[in-house]
Design a binder for this molecule. Sequence first.
Ligand code: AGP
Length: 615
Amino acid sequence: MCGIVGYVGPRTALPLLMAGLRRLEYRGYDSAGVALQKNGHLDVMRAEGKLDNLAAVVATHPSDGKTGIGHTRWATHGRPTEQNAHPHVDCTSATAVIHNGIIENFQELKAPLVAAGHKFSSETDTEVVVHLLEDELKTGKSLEDAALAVLPRLDGAAALVFISTTHPGTIVAARISNAGGVIVGHGKAENFVASDMTALLEHTRDMSFLEPGDLAVVTQKDVRFRRIEDGATVERAPKKIELDPVGAAKSGYKHFMAKEIAEQPRAISDTLLGRVDRTSGRVVFDADVKMTDDFVKALPRITFVACGTALHASLVGKYLIERLAKVPCDVEIASEYRYRDPVVSKGQLTIAVTQSGETADTLAAMNASRERGARLLTFCNVMGSEATRISDDVIYLHTGPEISVASTKAYTAMLVDLFLFAVYLAQRRGTIAANVAAQLLAEAFHLPTLIDAVLREEGKIRALAYRYTTAPNFLHLGRGVNYPTALEGALKLKELSYIHAEGTAAGEMKHGTNALIDKTLPVVAIALKDSVYKKMLSNIQEVRARAGIVIALATDGDTEIEQHADEIIRVPAVHELLSPVLAVLPLQLLAYHIADKRGNDVDQPRNLAKAVTVE
Ligand code: AGP
């Protein structure tokens, strides 16, 4: 989940690398570094902490090298210190490596190197690679052939990029495994590498994507691709990328998260755009969904695999699909699924839900399911990401880049896409009446207006949030289709504010969680006027009987709730199946304002990263 960038061409590389790292900082931000080729030696600069610290270092040691690599780190092996920051260099400081991923067998590779006299200066798994490379280069091999000799010896690994003074003007990049993509950007008389296309968009729209097992040799004049297993040359033709780099800027908001919350009316309009055929009234997905009628009608089962916020969206998806399309669904934590021996039913569909499309556990779970015969469908936001490339079918969220580590607009877009898919499946399977589908879809198209109405209440929610900034714990309660909303509200609060928060199915409280309730505990109760409203009121009574503080999320116009709650946040009435889209919005704002008031780094909370490309 580290960020990688590289440049070779006629321009001074350093400002380009720093600008690329700025765009990648969300991937990891506990240290950063650059290495540049300069007159037969390497200028290596690194700094602990955020990119600003590296910017201060490079400002005092400018380098005008024209070939360079840069890295922003999310620590796996070794503490987040300057010493462990990438790039790592060999004993002679002639060769440098940057890495995204984990080298699982680094200890066994390191021991003979140390015995042979190699000097290690970091605690990382990565450094072993550059010493292995040093030995191969000593035998007279080219940088690419030396890399081809070393890479098969690495277990795990993900993505690696090398430069060496022995080969001026050359960058070698490798993608070892599914996790950790590598992209080559083709410029005019200059070329780039990066872990993420957002780092390259301001320079080029022509990009080649390395497949697992590919190595790229990148010079100013050309780019070649080879297979790591046998060195054979392969073609990876560039694709034209149509993405708006300006969309990734903060646009005047204090944080990306604030911007992304505010963008939701527009983002959900984009997600809905073109998804219903006006003549037939049927949900349509584009050519990326290719399931046949026979497959859809015979579907025995759907298994969701996902992590974190995407897992919560999947839980809502299960509810929607079972209710509308009558297909039994399981929701699996991807990191658990991948290490079980999961049973896949004949003809089943496995659905991955992932904003980034690069989450290592989700990718591994997808592969485990595919190996056992499942068809793969991915709901994803990032075009061309790994999850989309390994899937049979893809449904995009169309919500624009999400930069803040805490997912907001991607979550609501997942909910809307999953709702559309549930109606789509129901229409194809004949389990929904035309008038019911029409009514549901009409309500869905009204969502942007309703979302806007909720977000207009931000001032009230901020005031409420400020009353609870010192609470040591929070409990979020939900039932039915809004049980996942309780999980998501608690996740948002803990990841941003560092306040311990737990999400619980309200019916489960009496089986243990009730013991936590006392007069210091704020309890967010999602109590909308739906099929489980009366049940939620009973659960709220249980909280009040134990002196807990009730913050009720209630439907506009519900007066009954007033006698049961200490605080009330209102959302407009909407069909129960669409209510999670509205219910989560105040919880996003609550978490945001508590965290901001506490002075936390909202966009980059401690110990987290946006794309979790390691397990
Ligand atoms: C949510 O706020 C988190 N950043 C996290 O739980 C995230 O949803 C999870 O890591 C999955 O990411 P993905 O959607 O990119 O696969």
